[in-house]
Write a protein that binds this ligand. Structure first.
Ligand code: BGC
Ligand code: BGC
Length: 767
């Protein structure tokens, strides 16, 4: 291989930003599909489009018409709970639910079924299993870990790797129903201080080894082909640049023989690196750079340095050899294009009944019973009311990393063949001769014999799921009132919680007669009815088998200890005990979601709303309404939106007006900017300004983009990519006013909400 060919092998590009022609020209070693990417720019592309894309990239990679050696490309995807980027695939419970079931044999079956479904659409590599051992469940990725217990995680990882890759001695994996796996994220992704995603872990070396290192031994023993390095750091040093842990420990001492891949532009976070240039990662032991949109400069930079001899050829050769060895083991050189390999194009295997049966069994076994005052199982002959917005919402019960990165922007129509919690319950109750009614708000025409209220978290992924406390977000606690109302009418209430983590939900635990944790069950909601709805004789068909995979908090703060320890879980045989009321905490003082800056008509804790004219002296802080600003040119009043006075109406008579949100301390939104996160502004424009900009101000920067704000008379959620503000010069690591809406001329609008997120109704172009 020539030097450029070798360098190409070290680089992985995302589908967003690479063509088959690029793969051919640069001999790229790998492509990936990130959470929001898909063939032809379509995240929700149908399965055949994935096969066609796999063929196109493969054929380009082996094209030797330019005189090269033509090493076949390997395609990685986040099949983290089933082949979860593909419409129609079986969606297994997220890892936290699998941790509750304590069943390594079933884990292996899940791995095997997932591998088969991946092979249908032509990919060869999954970025799974996540073997994080989360210690602080405020972390937004806690649900991607099986458990807080290192032994439990270690007991699963080998089984999952075997399911995905086949036996450790196996080669030519592509002739069997296998793919290569990736244990991630090395090391201590689940050990960061305060559970901050991509943060730093200050733990001791013993904890690093015994808690977070525990799963890697079994993974290596099972022959895991790749390891992904964590975005996070240990004792102040980013893992991606940590040579002593990647090379010294993982490769040399633990004898890991596969290749090491970095995470999404994580190299850019190493001190002295940028997203475009970072020989430090290679030198620390990273073999392949995940350089989604930066592959071109990374390739160029590595090549220039290799040619100049400033990175040793031995290190390059070692990295290439590791990548080629994995490709050889996979059988990539011996099989033709993806569509011709076993299982490819067998679309019936996506969501096949036998795979769904495995998922349903996992759902059944993962349910954890925290309370039952003798109301379960539900007798099927009666009338069942099913309440809660989440009851008939497959996206919600599947969580993040489902079809889209955040698991948002999809609805039941994107899950053909799947069963919502509601439809599973309805089927079971009707099969037993009873009737079921779906009523999100809990109202009914005929009094039911029992009510199930489904509630809990909404989908999120990565840092978007980070929370300041272990409380269910206040805006998701509406169903508590539904539970109280039903209870007050003498109806037995069963609370069913969808969640990625143990959270403080004492009001629900106190009110409901029974409380079941369903975690993030995925596409087979029928598994819930299997356990909750009894047989004709009123006896349980399946018992509760799930045990808590992590401690459950007593209050929003773990400092007050656990309500239930790891391993807790009742069964139908558990004696019914009297209930002692749990403490209920006043949530108004509890810090909420750090990405909500303005909501329910007021700035979030630590934020203020200011109206000014761009000069430092001219700002008025709005604390009560109505309020005047700009010497009477602007009037701020309250207006209803979602809740009473849930928006602030701003009427400007003339001239320039700046409405901004300021934090007490400069905020750092660098991580959000590196992903495709937007600043979202929900606004109702009655009278359009002559012109407007949306910008951000920091101690050392001031940037803005020109936006269109047409008068629509309705609330619209606009989103401006944070990358746009960075491109315009905002210092996203330090912003005092990360939201500045500037208007010119007479205008009248109402501001409902400002937050970071991905679910814009209208994405504003970067102008
Ligand atoms: C995540 C990884 C994932 C990768 C590719 C990263 O942001 O941390 O877990 O495999 O993106 O989507
Ligand atoms: C991608 C994810 C990736 C994340 C990195 C998103 O835009 O779709 O796959 O994990 O960025 O933070």
């Amino acid at each position: 291989m020539t030097l450029p060919e070798k360098i190409g092998q070290l680089v992985q590009a995302d589908l967003c930003c690479v063509t088959p022609e690029d793969v051919k020209t640069y001999n790229l070693g790998s492509i990936l599909v990130g959470g929001n990417s898909g063939p032809d720019g379509d995240d929700l592309a149908p399965a055949p489009a994935w096969v066609a894309a796999a063929d196109a990239f493969y054929l380009a990679s082996v094209d030797t018409s330019d005189g090269g050696v033509g090493v076949p490309v390997v395609w990685g995807t986040d099949a983290v709970h089933g082949h979860s980027n593909i419409i129609g695939a079986t969606i297994f419970p997220h890892n936290i639910g699998l941790g509750a079931m304590r069943d390594p044999a079933l884990i292996e079956q899940i791995g095997a079924a997932t591998a088969k479904e991946i092979r249908v659409t032509g990919q060869e590599w999954t970025f799974a299993p996540t073997v994080a051992v989360p210690q602080d469940f405020r972390w937004g990725r806690a649900y991607e870990g099986y458990s807080s217990d290192p032994q439990l995680v270690a007991s699963y990882v080998g089984a999952m790797v075997r399911g995905l890759q086949g036996p450790p001695t196996g080669d030519d994996l592509l002739s069997g129903p296998y793919v290569i796996a990736s244990t991630k994220h090395f090391l201590a992704d689940g050990g960061t201080d305060n559970g901050v995603d991509q943060g730093d872990s200050s733990i001791s070396e013993e904890e690093l080894r015994d808690i977070h290192g525990a799963p890697y031994g079994p993974a290596i023993a099972e022959g895991v082909s790749t390891v992904m390095v964590s975005f996070s750091g240990w004792q102040g040093k980013k893992m991606t640049g940590n040579s002593s842990l990647i090379t010294g420990v993982l490769k040399d001492r633990m004898d890991f023989g596969g290749f090491v891949v970095s995470d999404w532009n994580a190299h850019g976070q190493i001190v002295g690196c940028t997203n475009e240039s970072c020989p430090q990662a290679l030198m620390a032991g990273v073999d392949m750079y995940m350089a989604p949109d930066t592959w071109r400069p990374i390739y160029g930079d590595l090549l220039t340095r290799a040619e100049a001899g400033t990175i040793p050829i031995e290190r390059i050769d070692e990295a290439v050899a590791r990548i080629l060895r994995v490709k050889l083991r996979l059988g990539l050189f011996d099989h033709g294009k993806p569509s011709t390999r076993p299982l490819a194009g067998e679309y019936d295997l996506l969501g096949a009944p036998e795979h769904r049966a495995i998922a349903r069994e996992a759902v059944r076994k993962s349910l954890v019973l925290l309370k039952d005052q003798g109301v379960l199982p539900i007798a099927p002959g009666g009338r069942l009311l099913v309440a809660g917005e989440g009851a008939d919402d497959i996206a919600r019960q599947s969580g993040g990393w489902t079809l889209s990165w955040q698991g948002t922007g999809v609805d039941n129509s994107h899950f053909p063949g799947a069963t919502s919690i509601w439809s599973g319950l309805k089927q079971a109750v009707e099969a037993g001769g009873g009737s079921a009614q779906l009523s999100p708000d809990g109202s009914f025409s005929q009094k039911p014999d029992a009510a199930i209220v489904v509630f809990g978290e909404k989908p999120y992924a990565e840092f978007q799921g980070d929370r300041a406390t272990l409380a269910l977000d206040t805006e998701l606690t509406g169903p508590y009132e539904t539970m109280r109302k039903l209870k007050a009418q003498g109806i037995p209430v069963i609370a069913l919680m969808i969640t990625g983590r143990p959270l403080y939900v004492n009001p629900a635990l106190n009110t409901a007669d029974a409380f079941v944790v369903a975690w993030l069950p995925g596409s087979e909601g029928g598994g819930i009815a299997d356990v909750l709805v009894g047989d004709a004789a009123g006896k349980a068909r399946f018992d509760f088998a799930g045990k808590l995979p992590a401690a459950w908090p007593r209050t929003p703060d773990m400092d007050n200890g656990a309500l239930h320890e790891f391993g807790y879980g009742l069964t139908y045989d558990s004696p019914v005990a009297g209930w002692s009321e749990l403490p209920e905490v006043d949530m108004t003082e509890v810090a909420g979601d750090s990405r909500l800056w303005f909501g329910s008509g007021k700035p979030a804790a630590r934020w203020s709303l200011l109206v000014g004219d761009g000069t430092s002296g001219g700002q008025t802080r709005i604390t009560t309404t109505p309020a005047e600003a700009l010497g009477g040119r602007a009037l701020v009043t309250a207006e209803n939106f979602l809740v009473q006075e849930g928006a602030q109406r701003v009427a400007v008579a003339s001239g320039e007006a700046q409405v901004s949100l300021r934090n007490f301390e400069p905020v750092d939104i660098d991580r959000e900017t590196n992903a495709d996160v937007l600043v979202l502004m929900t606004i109702k424009v009655r009278d359009a300004p002559d012109s407007a900009t949306l910008g951000a101000i920091g101690p050392a920067s001031n940037a803005a983009a020109v936006i269109d704000l047409p008068a629509t008379g309705e609330f619209v959620r606009y989103g401006l990519p944070l990358k746009c503000l960075r491109d315009k010069g905002a210092d996203v690591k330090s912003l005092t006013e990360p939201f500045v809406l500037t208007t010119r001329g007479k205008t009248d609008y109402a501001l409902g909400e400002v937050r970071l997120g991905t679910d814009a109704e209208v994405v504003l172009p970067c102008r």
